[in-house]
Design a protein around this ligand. Structure first.
Ligand code: ACO
Length: 401
């Protein structure tokens, strides 16, 4: 049954579904997810194969344009992105004006929105060519915003890195290069970061992606729609979970490392505490991304020779939860963000930057979903409601209130 016929047949009927647990907001050909079986595929390709065989830019191309690029297409895509890997000097001034204590997600959302003012042609994108230009612009500029947001936090001067490097290598260089020192790439870190970004690249109609689609459905520009998505991602029930997981693990460590105490807290219905990094709206089985990330975390910690008690606490919690009837009955498994923070921490990325890294990974997904929504000429998003407030009330004069 097509959507028009369905809509005509249900005219006047409003479904109430807070959190849209059972409501589809669109038809999409980008990401396939089977939460019961723990399957995730981008454009039909399994996440396991993509993480093993492709790099982040290839996956970005796949998500946005629907096919894996051949060598020539990938080279052109990368070269167009590199041409746009620069930001207006006034963006530096805006970044400078933020207090050092500002949360990087707030900074990133503001800067992404501010980019519109310096690139007004990215707003009215009616042709595929206009869309392409806006897309390579943001893919070029976003890593700079990410890296510089971290440099600002660390008090380092801004750095454009080296454009002859790969996308992820240059991101690392822009983030970590110290003034007057060469930055030595570590292939294990490059590989782990590449994997993390691929695993975060899309996840169908989650909170931030739905926000990007609904914002863009008013024909607001791409960059502001992305900025709205960044704000949605910030929350601890969504992308902010990776920061929340690390903070929770640190809290458990400081409290003596007793994981059972926190398991009990998570199960106590009078206690609002939740085990961060566990549970998922759609996965009722192992999050397939968590499995891949766990292996990458072991590799990175092994290579860097890091012995992190936090990792032992994480492993202990995961083991206990997988055997606990409360978690088993509710199908609460570790999600993608349970292990990602451990890798970011080992790489030297500050905890407050974790969700920013997630945003960079999710960028191609948001772009592809926004592009799909525009190309399918979807109507403006405008849910209905069931009004439960007062009916009519005569106005009450100030003296009588
Ligand atoms: N710890 C303890 N109990 C939990 C947890 C948790 N992490 N997650 C869910 N539950 C319990 C709920 O209390 C509820 O129990 P009840 O049936 O006895 O009332 C049941 O499991 C179902 O939970 P809901 O909140 O209804 O599930 P929902 O689909 O709305 O929420 C969510 C999913 C937000 C991810 C939730 O599991 C959660 O808060 N997890 C922790 C935060 C987190 O890790 N978020 C990252 C998600 S992944 C991502 O966005 C990239």
């Amino acid at each position: 049954i097509d959507i028009k016929t369905l809509r005509a047949a249900t005219e006047g009927v409003i479904t109430i579904d807070p959190g849209y647990k059972n409501t589809g907001s669109c038809e999409s050909a980008i990401t396939f997810l089977d939460g019961e079986k723990g399957i995730l595929r981008y454009r039909g390709y399994s996440i396991e194969e993509l993480a093993e065989k492709a790099d982040f830019l290839e996956v970005a191309y796949l998500l946005i344009f629907g096919e894996l690029p051949n060598e020539e297409q990938l080279e052109k895509f990368h070269s167009d992105i590199k041409k746009n890997s620069v930001v207006d000097d006034d963006i530096k001034k805006i970044l400078d004006a933020f207090p050092k204590s500002a949360h990087p997600m707030g900074v990133l959302a503001s800067l992404t929105s501010a980019l519109t003012s310096f690139n007004p042609s990215s707003v009215n994108v009616d042709s595929e060519e206009d869309m392409y230009n806006a897309i390579v612009k943001i893919l070029g500029k976003f890593p700079i915003l990410v890296a510089w947001t971290m440099r600002k936090k660390k008090g380092l001067p801004f750095d454009y890195g080296n454009s002859s490097l790969g996308y992820v290598e240059n991101l690392l260089q822009m983030m970590f290069k110290q003034p007057n020192e060469d930055y030595k790439q570590n292939p294990i870190l490059v590989n782990a970061l590449d994997k993390l970004l691929i695993l975060h690249a899309d996840h169908e109609q989650n909170c931030s992606t739905s926000t990007v689609r609904i914002t863009g459905s008013s024909h607001a520009g791409l960059f502001v729609s992305l900025s709205a998505g960044i704000s949605a991602l910030w929350g601890p029930l969504h992308g902010g979970a990776n920061q929340a997981v690390l903070e929770m693990l640190e809290g458990i460590k400081e409290d003596g490392g007793d994981t059972s105490k926190y398991m009990a807290k998570a199960k106590d219905k009078q206690d609002p505490f939740r085990l961060m990094g566990f549970g998922h709206r759609v996965y009722k089985n192992f999050d397939p991304r968590a499995k891949i990330i766990k292996v990458a975390a072991d590799e990175v910690l092994g290579d860097l020779g890091v012995e992190d008690p936090i990792l032992d606490i994480a492993k202990g919690l995961a083991k206990e939860a997988l055997e606990d009837p409360y978690f088993v009955d509710r199908k609460l498994y570790p999600n993608v963000d349970f292990y990602s923070g451990i890798i970011y921490r080992a790489m030297g990325i500050p905890t407050e930057m974790f969700t920013v890294m997630f945003a960079l990974g999710r960028l191609p997904g948001w772009i592809s979903q926004w592009k799909e929504m525009r190309m399918r000429k979807e109507p403006i998003g405008r849910p209905r409601q069931l009004y439960i407030g007062e009916t009519y009330r005569p106005f009450k004069e100030m003296s009588k209130r």
